[in-house]
Design a protein around this ligand. Structure first.
Ligand code: NAP
Length: 329
């Protein structure tokens, strides 16, 4: 019989690719969503081997118990749901606490209501391996972000970084104190770019991490203006999903798996867009300046563990923008 995986936050950009790849591999998938309309939309796209459970609020005590009790066939749990935003009215209440409490609720529910689950994969982030809010610091499988709770509350970016860090620490503490019957692995993507799992999802505003690229489509050459500079490391969403599937099948043995492809900068994005979509007539910036070293190899252990042939920046950007333009014609 096919194995069944539970995916929390199944509506998410990354989660939809995880579900898609799980179904392609022959798994049945149960996803948690926040409303019936969201669940029905997913069901239409994913087909009959996908079903959903409504979990309105990650933070409600026992939020996942009922959903898990209804699915004794689930043997793997992938926890992706978490607030992905840097803009909130209340950083602690809207970003930090749902991430921490959601993770703890998931782990408690599995322990008490799904003893047959042996593997839990948590979508953490490369930011939990950085130094504070310094996005240019080097992340590796062995480093932990030391951001304090007080600092995390100060602004949206710090809150997101703190939320992921504290949630992962809460999971480590849960395993140490509760000694559950399941193994917990964490996957640490850097900035995730890539096409949506379904063309229909590319209509309108894209998910937050893709706006690093799609936001540049507003910079028309005719209007001139300054190019906002940022740089970092990216990974394609299809590789992030593949990393989750690898972690199901091959124990991570405590390796906090960093998933990344190569470097990006705003200028590199713009160069790729101008080369592949000249009809958009975007500003040129300074095409030979502010490029990044694409040979980033900071995560030897994770790279060896995953053995992925990572999708490069140009293909990722082109696939994302082609789909976006087509969907929004
Ligand atoms: P996304 O598209 O915004 O998906 C987030 C998911 O979490 C959605 O299903 C969302 O539900 C759910 N969610 C958010 N807040 C919630 C809450 N308070 N209660 C219940 N559900 C909630 O983001 P994504 O980019 O796919 O990110 C997925 C995971 O990957 C997150 O854990 C994120 O931290 C991690 N990650 C992302 C990146 C990146 O660059 N994208 C990089 C590293 C790690 P709705 O659809 O109903 O809002």
């Amino acid at each position: 019989m096919a194995a069944t995986a539970f995916v929390s936050g199944a509506t998410g950009f990354i989660a939809q690719h995880i579900v898609k790849q799980l179904l392609e591999k022959g798994y049945n998938v149960v996803g948690s969503v926040r409303s019936e309309s969201k669940g029905e939309k997913l069901k239409k796209n994913f087909g009959s081997n996908f079903s959903y459970e409504i979990v309105e609020d990650l933070e409600t005590e026992g939020a996942f118990d009922k959903a898990l009790k209804r699915h004794p066939e689930v043997t793997v749990f992938l926890h992706t749901a978490s607030p992905v935003t840097a803009q909130a009215e209340d950083n602690e209440k809207d970003i930090i606490l749902p991430a921490i409490n959601g993770t703890v609720n998931v782990l408690k529910a599995i322990k008490s209501s799904a003893p047959q689950v042996k593997k839990v994969i948590i979508t953490s982030s490369g930011v939990t391996q950085l130094d504070g809010v310094d996005l240019s610091s080097t992340a590796s499988e062995d480093t932990w972000n030391s951001i304090s709770y007080e600092r995390a509350k100060e602004d949206g970016i710090a809150a997101y970084i703190g939320s992921k860090t504290f949630a992962e620490k809460a999971a480590v503490e849960f395993v140490e104190t509760e000694k559950p019957n399941f193994a917990v692995s964490t996957i640490h993507p850097v900035l995730v770019i890539g096409p949506q799992a379904f063309d229909s999802e590319a209509k309108g505003q894209l998910n937050l991490s893709n706006t690093y690229v799609s936001g540049l489509l507003n910079l028309k050459a005719s209007e001139g203006g300054e190019l906002p500079q940022s740089d970092g490391i990216f990974v394609d969403v299809r590789d992030v999903a593949a990393a989750h599937l690898i972690a199901i099948e091959k124990p991570t043995n405590g390796l906090r798996v960093l998933v990344h492809s190569e470097g990006y900068s705003t200028q590199e994005f713009l160069n790729i867009l101008n080369k592949n979509f000249p009809e958009l007539n975007l500003i040129k910036g300074s095409p030979t300046e502010n490029l990044v070293d694409n040979k980033y190899v900071g995560d030897v252990k994770s790279r060896e563990y995953l053995g992925l042939n990572y999708i490069g920046l140009e293909r990722s950007v082109v696939d994302t923008i082609k789909q976006f333009l087509e969907a929004n014609k």
